[in-house]
Design a protein around this ligand. Structure first.
Ligand code: NAD
Length: 318
């Protein structure tokens, strides 16, 4: 791509991929967007449909369906290809099927000269991001998963409602596996600069920990609730991908809870990819912020890492 023109290749033009593409068009995320899918006809139709909407947008984005050769000069390759959850199914149950999908995608992207940032949304996203890292041979900074970005947004929205404060003034993260073992480290939550534990202590008649626990449960179960109601989740994650991609393209140094590789943080945890606040810029995940967790929170993080490692180790990566 020419100097300062931004190009994204999207692989997987299903509900998540196209929610991302639609949000990207409406937010003028990049200069060029190329769509790739195993189902070429679908990618072709989606490109046509989006192009017909261009006239009504403020964007002059170049949108086309393409091939892996288009990855060579892309800034970001977004991967949303693969199977999604059926009602009651956990994200981890998708692993074997989506591993095969990635084995047919990642080497193709790399062989065509891609040297940008991989941004993975396919579930189970932490393990699929690790698989992308392994298959690509890229530096870990350049391989990011959506992690708990969306869960964190859901959490801040609900906490904003509970405390009747703009969610922008709530500093709170969901960390760990994007899945059933994810958790909120409450010791790290701030309302503006005031620790949430102090807010509870100072207002015992108004706020309580039980309600906060209900909120973290609601966040953890949100995807299943949406899947039970409408079959799949896609708009929220589509917009989360746009947010992460913008942080990369605009070299923002913004903190987002993406899935990145641990390199000895949290008492020597290594190799596993988990959702954790990280500074995102044009180079990908510049640095991970190691939080000062309580013993109980560290146990929860241990549990996440064990689950993710066990599942990853069950694969025989080709
Ligand atoms: P979908 O079935 O609507 O779309 C998947 C697309 O992938 C299809 O168009 C299919 O043709 C394509 N595909 C399959 N194999 C391919 C291959 N080898 N090469 C290229 N394309 C291929 O599914 P969806 O609802 O868009 O979900 C996609 C993924 O995103 C799922 O794994 C889902 O669980 C995940 N997801 C992640 C989050 C998150 O927070 N990270 C949220 C929602 C969904």
């Amino acid at each position: 791509m020419a100097e300062n023109k931004k190009k994204i290749v999207l692989i997987g033009t299903g509900m998540v991929g196209m929610s991302f593409a639609y949000a990207a068009l409406n937010q003028s995320l990049c200069d060029e967007l190329v769509l790739i899918d195993l189902n070429e006809q679908r990618a072709h139709g989606e490109a046509m449909d989006l192009n017909h909407g261009l006239a009504f947008s403020n964007s002059s984005m170049k949108i086309s369906c393409g091939t892996y050769q288009d990855c060579g000069d892309a800034d970001i390759v977004v991967i949303c290809a693969g199977v999604n959850q059926k009602p009651g199914e956990s994200r981890l149950e998708l692993l074997q099927r989506n591993e095969k999908v990635f084995a047919s995608i990642v080497p193709n992207v790399v062989q065509n000269g891609f040297d940008g940032i991989f941004l993975v949304a396919t579930n189970p996203v932490d393990i699929m991001t690790r698989i992308t890292y392994e298959l690509s041979g890229f530096n870990a900074n350049k391989v990011i998963g959506t992690g708990t970005t969306l869960d964190t947004a859901r959490l801040r929205y609900l906490l904003g409602e509970y405390f009747e404060v703009n969610p922008r003034n709530i500093h709170a993260y969901v960390i760990g596996e994007h899945g059933d073992s994810e958790f909120v480290p409450w010791s790290q939550v701030l309302l503006a600069v005031k620790p949430i534990k102090d807010v509870l202590k100072d207002n015992p008649q108004t706020y309580c920990m039980e309600e906060l626990d209900k909120i973290s449960c609601e966040v953890r179960n949100a995807a299943q609730e949406i899947i039970a109601a409408k079959g799949a989740t896609y708009y929220g994650i589509g917009m989360a991908i746009v947010r992460i991609a913008r942080a990369i393209l605009s070299d923002e140094d913004t903190v987002l809870t993406v899935s990145t590789r641990l390199r000895g943080e949290y008492s020597g945890k290594k190799d596993v990819f988990i959702g954790n606040p990280a500074i995102i810029n044009a180079g990908g995940a510049k640095r991970l912020l190691e939080l000062k967790l309580t013993d109980e929170e560290l146990e929860k993080l241990d549990n996440c890492c064990n689950i993710l490692n066990e599942n990853f180790n069950s694969l025989s990566l080709e």
